[in-house]
Design a protein around this ligand. Structure first.
Ligand code: NAD
Ligand code: IPM
Ligand code: MN
Length: 366
């Protein structure tokens, strides 16, 4: 029998509740030939409480030793005034992304995907505006302002990290390769930046131009200023169909904004990868960490009302990208679609069902 080692990191806030549902779904796919060995560990605020740091070296090593990582969410008001940056709860996630070098964060948003079968009724947008929306944000996940080194005292932010970029480290831009691979003609790559203002964005644009011309000359490349991209997402989102390539900061923002298309962040999963299966540029074995786009939603934690769909769709993405289980990935996505269409939904989608009921319904549908 084949055994997959999965590291399970529920984290804080709604994290443990939604992770419990994802694990239920995962277990449906155990057979005599296929076992999942789950190892659950602390990350984020709960790890600070237990170990004095948001992630231990042991947990980072466990991530590197696993076949895939399921991550729910970290952070909350309890830790907000204590420590920030890499030492705060959110730093646990940043550190593990860095340790795994999962530089490409894929955040799909599609008005016909299972994560959005609800959009017709629930999106705040008019149906004709969002019909046919289909893009994937490919966010650079291990560089940019998030990991800039401190070069002078007088920068924004009290830890001196804001506004600094790893501009001399070309590896921070390798996600560009990933976007070229994801783009299926006629999908263009739409690269977001602020090249009109930021030197770091001008570097970004140069690297994007060079890499795309050298490696993906057949893919249409469009440069779009990041601020106006936000407006386009709210007025004519279909015109962004394709791969939206963005640095860590702009990718974070545009992927949350994508939640407005489907009406809630509670249905948007993401995959953080260090390359595609079969990627010849890969120097290590493939790593994947699967996390919802949303956070720990502390105000709704512990009430069995959080939407588990984003976390459950992360299981599908894990099947697809890390475990070579494409059929099973589609089965999960179909089951989610069926359950949402049947009206079994949490309150963020106007429904009355609880977290567990939605998870149970998806398990039944499977
Ligand atoms: P959030 O994503 O937690 O919440 C934004 C809004 O979406 C809230 O109204 C929340 O109730 C709702 N929401 C999010 N997930 C939901 C779900 N599954 N079901 C129903 N509603 C859902 O963002 P925030 O409020 O800005 O941040 C809260 C905390 O989460 C902060 O500490 C932040 O640092 C952290 N955070 C963590 C991650 C992560 O772990 N990947 C991501 C974003 C934010
Ligand atoms: C996300 C989150 C994280 C980020 C935080 C929690 C570090 O907002 O995954 O989108 O900013 O990358
Ligand atoms: Mn975010």
């Amino acid at each position: 029998a084949k055994t997959f080692n999965i590291l399970v990191l529920p984290g804080d806030g709604i994290g443990p509740e939604i992770m419990a549902e994802a694990v239920k779904v995962l277990k449906v796919f155990e057979t005599p030939e296929r076992k999942f060995e789950l190892r659950q560990e602390l990350i984020g605020g709960c790890s600070i409480d237990a170990h004095g740091k948001p992630v231990t070296e042991e947990v980072k090593q466990a991530a590197l030793d696993s076949d895939a990582v399921l991550f729910a969410a970290v952070g909350g008001p309890k830790w907000d005034n204590q420590r920030r940056g890499l030492d705060g709860p959110e730093g646990g996630l940043l550190q593990i992304r860095k340790a795994m070098d999962i530089y490409a964060n894929l955040r799909p948003c599609c008005s016909t995907s299972p994560s959005a079968s609800i959009t017709k009724e629930f999106s705040p947008f008019k149906h004709e505006v969002i019909e046919g929306v289909d893009f994937v944000v490919v966010r650079e996940n291990c560089g940019g302002a998030y990991f800039g080194r401190k070069v002078e005292e007088a920068t924004y932010g009290d830890d001196g990290r804001m506004g600094l970029f790893r501009s001399r480290d070309p590896t921070s831009y390798t996600s560009i390769r990933r976007s070229g691979t994801a783009a299926q003609p006629p999908w263009p790559v739409i690269s977001l930046d602020k090249a009109n203002v930021l030197a770091s964005s001008r570097l970004w644009r140069r690297v994007v131009d060079k890499t795309m011309a050298a490696e993906y000359p057949q893919v249409k490349l469009v440069h779009q200023l990041a601020d106006s991209a936000s407006l386009i997402l709210a007025t004519n989102p279909r015109s962004l169909n394709g791969v939206i390539l963005a640095d860590n900061t702009f990718g974070d923002m545009i992927s949350d904004q994508a939640g407005s298309i489907v009406g809630t962040l509670g249905v948007l999963p993401s995959a953080s990868l260090n390359g595609l299966p079969g990627d010849k540029t890969l120097k290590t074995r493939p790593y994947g960490l699967y996390e919802p786009t949303h956070g720990s939603a502390p105000t709704i934690a512990g009430q069995n009302i959080a939407n588990p769909v984003a976390m459950i769709l992360c299981v599908a993405l894990m099947f697809r990208y890390s475990l070579s289980m494409e059929d099973e990935a589609q089965r999960v996505e179909d089951a989610v679609r069926k359950v949402l269409d049947s009206g079994i939904r949490t309150s963020d989608l106007g429904g009355k069902a609880g977290t567990k009921e939605v998870g149970d319904a998806i398990v039944s549908a499977l």
